[in-house]
Ligand binder design. Structure first.
Ligand SMILES: *Cc1c(COP(=O)(O)O)cnc(C)c1O
Length: 321
């Protein structure tokens, strides 16, 4: 795991090829063995304690760009439990940017663990009612924020822009496993686009949508891919069957699967992203989706910070068993 000092020595000089190396852990499980599947989990959650997972890759070139064009402030958007808000706040603290988090919904009198960490990093919160939040890319809303906070470097909700795709295209650059599939959870699609771009259209990228009714993601990923690669490739696909009724929703079935997985693989996961992806991989394996001999690399995209804010909901589900 890199510490802040090591990250700082990178001085955002990312173009010199500071590509991170984290382990890919083999998961041993009878179900996978029966289906002839090799599953590895690439532990991107281990990159850094606070700037971790896909959020590190999504932010790195944005931070470099913000610095190069002389911005001192980053502004971005997210829900109150957002991993992206958490990571942006951490990045601001490490790399000396002021950060403004536009938070969906009413002001929180008592900060949850995510916002409380972000505040400690120095983030300023701007609470935005849901209606305005839906129109947050509207020039009038941006103008209003600029009048209030001055100049800023804007990072979209979830951090998915062309530079995020560029960062995520490096996730597989050091891998020495000869894999057939790479899997990732899909929120806004930047990570999936980066993986597909990094493979230059080769192998297969399988994403698991964590939101319900998210067909629009196909068009969004195509657009992100074209903006970065000039090509939208056809080495990727999104599965829409494992959202568990919607974003941030989950049930006891998923929690039980996660406990079993964590016990077997000794890898911590969470129910919003990585839990849904791994549930999907195991379920598809059971249903014969992957041919025998298939090797899969699943990207652990991080998000473990969110568990602190979810423990109440998880325990309540378990107590109803
Ligand atoms: C943000 C996030 C994702 C979603 O990534 P997108 O690029 O928005 O699709 C997946 N996993 C975790 C843990 C995240 O925090």
């Amino acid at each position: 795991m890199k510490n802040d000092a090591q990250i700082l020595t990178m001085k955002l000089n990312v173009s010199e090829g500071n590509i991170e190396s984290v382990p890919a852990i083999k998961v041993n499980d009878p179900l996978l063995a029966d289906a002839g599947i090799n599953l590895y989990v690439k532990r991107e959650d281990m990159i850094h304690p606070h700037l971790s997972g896909n959020k590190y890759y999504k932010l790195k070139y944005n931070l470099e760009e913000a610095k190069n064009i002389g911005h001192k402030t980053l502004l971005t958007f997210g829900g109150a439990y957002s991993n992206h808000i958490y990571a942006t706040a951490a990045a601001g603290k490490i790399f000396n940017f002021k950060t403004i988090g536009v938070i969906r919904g009413e002001e929180y009198k008592i900060l949850n663990p995510t916002l409380s960490f972000a505040k400690k990093c120095g983030m300023t919160f701007h609470y935005m009612d849901r209606e305005t939040y839906r129109n947050k890319s509207n020039p009038e809303v941006i103008k209003y924020l600029e009048e209030k906070y001055g100049n800023f470097y804007l990072i979209p909700e979830g951090g998915s822009n062309t530079l995020a795709v560029k960062g995520c295209s490096e996730i597989l650059s050091l891998i020495d496993i000869d894999f057939d599939y790479v899997c990732c959870p899909v929120g806004t699609g930047g990570t999936l686009a980066g993986l597909a771009a990094g493979l230059n259209g080769g192998r297969k990228v399988l994403g698991f949508a964590v939101l319900k009714g998210a067909d629009f993601l196909n068009a969004r990923v195509s657009k992100l891919l074209k903006s970065y690669s000039g090509n939208d490739f056809n080495n990727w696909q999104i599965n829409f069957n494992y959202h568990f009724s919607g974003y941030a929703k989950f049930n006891l079935d998923l929690i039980n699967f996660m406990e079993n997985f964590e016990h077997k693989a000794d890898i911590p996961i969470e129910p919003i992203y990585t839990g849904k992806m791994l549930y999907g991989i195991f379920d598809l394996a059971k249903k014969g989706f992957f041919t025998s001999g298939t090797t899969i690399v699943a990207i652990h995209t991080g998000g473990l910070q969110g568990l602190a804010g979810l423990s109440y909901k998880i325990n309540r589900l378990k107590s109803r068993m």
